[in-house]
Design a binder for this molecule. Structure first.
Ligand SMILES: NC(=O)c1ccc[n+]([C@@H]2O[C@H](COP(=O)([O-])OP(=O)(O)OC[C@H]3O[C@@H](n4cnc5c(N)ncnc54)[C@H](O)[C@@H]3O)[C@@H](O)[C@H]2O)c1
Length: 508
């Protein structure tokens, strides 16, 4: 059957669409439409508006014969959505002379929708510890500091930036370095930061970001300070800008991979490190949260997969890996564990997990349908692919895409298939199809927001307590690692008491 000419024309006319869900009061929803039109006008100054449109719909004629429709709509079935849910929709009805890159740019501009007051109000209620810090530590705690932050572009971070302002470090004193993971709300978080006047740099330009930040801090009469999540900043500062190092007051590091990246500077670190990564406070709550967030995102990416009774393998039985193994066992999977350290392997065995002293042996004998890598290093290489005996999913929680040697998997594969949101599938010559979920990036961030904000609150507040401690003259931290002192500062900060009051047995 052939389609009617009218239908064919309609089908070829709508080439691209984007939909941004958001929540807003009626007045805010109207403002969202006006702001979006203004953003498009900045990209295409000669924009002309169509006539006779409904109040919440704009038809725009852009230079080069481009026609788009922009609409803000309330959801038709409010009972099936969060309160005050709306959608900002872009339809590119005729791309005219715009090439695909231009259309993608147009979509990016529409998706760059800052958060509404209603959304921010909700966010603030989720992070009371972080937002309570100015009251606890004083509004001058960071008055002399200029923090450069490499933290995930997630909504919890917006509360952290607000708290920084309350502690005396306003937007112009901040630099944010974007780690570039595909978080669920990345575009909106980015737009929000930029609208607030924060300088945002991509992680690959860290050298330039550091130089720009140091200059700006000097102009503002502030001392630069690093707050990092994964060792992005200090190694680059030490390698590329040795002349700037003495200006920096110190580093607050949130994750172990950042601590590993400092190993090559052992004994030569010229500034104090406040290691939230190694703190007892972080160990108390976060590892389970990450494991749970990883498991939840695996389930949401694979809603029709059957996990119960199936074989799983966890590689790396460290702080996070042991929690993942327990979470998968609680989901009724048959869980095996491999760790290259004998003490950890025996630890897993004693906890009742299936183990073997060789990874290829375990892969072949246990036949996992789910393999989770949590080593912080590269654990699965080309040679391991040959030991796989069935179709399976490879999932990582390690920073960036280091856990699986994807180039070696590609060399082993007879075919590589892009499977969209899920990632990439490698069809191996001996039969198994191996899907690397999220292309090997940490799965809890893959089009997701990782931990619930009420969890992240304690960790983000801890990073700020660290920043305030290092900004204080006579802080008592020495150059290099200060694990015991970090524990002391965090455990006397009142954060744990606050957390216990909020979520403990006496909660009102
Ligand atoms: N996704 C997230 O939200 C998130 C948050 C924090 C940290 N991380 C990442 O998770 C990684 C693991 O963190 P952790 O605190 O559990 O680290 P950890 O050091 O406690 O555990 C790592 C374990 O892996 C084992 N291991 C290392 N290389 C191995 C190999 N090739 N084969 C088998 N076992 C190996 C080690 O012996 C150790 O037991 C970090 O390095 C970081 O990259 C992710």
């Amino acid at each position: 059957m052939t389609a009617s000419p009218a239908l064919e024309a309609a089908a070829t006319a709508v080439v691209r669409s984007a939909a941004v869900p958001f929540r807003a009061s009626p007045a805010e929803a109207a403002a969202v439409l006006a702001e979006t039109v203004a953003r498009i006008e900045r990209l295409f100054p000669a924009v002309r508006f169509g006539v006779g449109c409904a109040a919440q719909v704009r038809q725009l004629a852009l230079p080069g014969g481009v026609r788009v429709t922009l609409a803000v709509t309330a959801v038709t079935d409010p009972a099936a959505h969060p309160v005050a849910a709306h959608t900002l929709t872009l339809l590119v009805t005729d791309p005219g002379g715009l090439d695909p890159a231009g259309v993608a740019e147009l979509v990016r501009v529409v998706e760059a929708q800052p958060f509404t007051g209603l959304e921010l109000g909700e966010l603030r209620r989720q992070l009371p510890l972080t937002l309570g810090l100015p009251r606890r530590l004083g509004r001058e705690a960071l008055a002399g500091a200029a923090p450069l932050l490499t933290i995930h572009h997630m909504t919890d971070f917006l509360a952290m930036v607000e708290a920084l302002g309350g502690l005396g470090a306003p937007a112009e004193a901040l630099t944010v370095v974007d780690k570039g993971y595909p978080y669920r709300l990345s575009a909106r978080v980015d737009a929000h930061l930029r609208r607030a006047g924060v300088a945002v740099w991509p992680w690959a330009a860290m050298g330039d970001a550091l130089a720009d930040h140091a200059d700006r801090a000097a102009r503002l009469g502030r001392r630069p300070l690093l707050v990092d999540d994964g060792g992005y900043a200090l190694p680059v500062l030490l390698d590329r800008h040795p002349g700037l190092v003495s200006r920096f007051a110190g580093l607050v590091e949130q994750t172990m991979s950042g601590i590993f990246k400092l190993e090559r500077f052992a004994g030569r670190l010229p500034m104090p490190v406040f290691s939230v990564a190694e703190s007892r406070l972080k160990a108390t709550v976060e590892c389970y949260g990450i494991a749970d967030a990883a498991a939840r995102n695996i389930l949401s990416l694979l809603p029709h997969e059957k996990f119960e009774g199936q074989a799983a393998l966890v590689i790396g039985f460290g702080r996070i890996g042991e929690q993942i193994a327990e979470v998968l066992r609680a989901r009724r999977m048959r869980v095996a564990v491999f760790d290259r350290q004998m003490v950890r392997l025996v630890g897993a065995h004693e906890r009742g997990f299936t183990t073997a002293p060789s990874l290829p042996r375990l892969l072949a004998a246990h036949r996992p349908m789910l393999v989770v890598g949590s080593t912080g290093r590269t654990s699965v290489r080309g040679e391991h692919a040959r030991a796989l005996r069935r179709d399976c999913y490879l999932v990582s929680v390690t920073s960036r895409n280091h856990e699986f040697a994807l180039d070696e998997l590609a060399d082993e594969a007879r075919r590589i298939v892009d499977v969209g949101l899920l990632g990439t599938r490698y069809d191996l010559p001996h039969g198994p199809a191996v899907t690397v979920l999220g292309d090997g990036y940490p799965i809890n961030f893959h089009h997701a927001e990782s931990l619930p904000n009420k969890y992240a609150d304690l960790i983000l507040a801890s990073l700020l307590v660290g920043a305030c401690a290092l900004a204080r003259p006579g802080h008592g931290f020495t150059p290099g690692h200060n694990v015991a002192r970090t524990d002391q500062v965090l455990e006397t900060s009142g954060l744990l008491e606050g957390y216990y009051r909020l979520y403990g047995p006496d909660r009102q």
